[in-house]
Design a protein around this ligand. Structure first.
Ligand code: 4NP
Length: 154
């Protein structure tokens, strides 16, 4: 099983959107049981909460399930558990590096999946309110990530 962890700050807006979208694409590609997907936040304010209303609205619109998803905080053990760790912005990467084992961990930046896009970080819709933009970025970037995993590992 190849495992992917998306990381943002609160684990209620961006990383749960990515988790739901990639899991949906994995299912569409017939790869359930080959690729597992999870998400976590570097912060602990929203532990146990379901995704933000804005994230749920976008996922509902595109008929993508977020059933059972609850916010959790990232832990050092995640560095050993996951094959791919993908963060949303530079501050997420900095926060991950500060955790024990974080210096040695390989952390990808989501926007590096979309090198031609002018944005280099995924804007936080908790502050911008722009969940549509995040959906567009997640949809495009998760497809690139899925193709990358298939090439590299499957
Ligand atoms: P996320 O957005 O990192 O995309 O889940 C945020 C959610 C909550 C907070 C910040 C960002 N917060 O400060 O509570």
């Amino acid at each position: 099983m190849i495992s992917v962890l998306f990381v943002c700050l609160g684990n209620i807006c961006r990383s749960p959107m990515a988790e739901a979208i990639l899991r949906h694409k994995v299912g569409e590609a017939g790869l359930d049981g080959k690729i597992s997907v999870d998400s976590a936040g570097t912060g602990d304010w929203h532990l146990g909460k379901i995704p933000h209303e804005g994230t749920r609205r976008m996922l509902d619109q595109y008929k993508i399930s977020y059933a059972g998803m609850k916010a959790r905080q990232v832990a050092s053990s995640d560095f050993e558990t996951f094959d791919y760790i993908v963060c949303m912005d530079d501050s997420n990467a900095t926060n991950l590096r500060k955790l024990p084992g974080g210096e040695q961990a390989t952390v990808l930046k989501f926007m590096d999946l979309l090198p031609d896009h002018e944005l280099r970080e995924v804007p936080d819709p908790y502050y911008t309110g722009n969940f549509e933009l995040v959906y567009e970025l997640m949809d495009a970037g998760c497809q690139v990530l899925l193709d990358k995993i298939c090439q590299e590992k499957l």
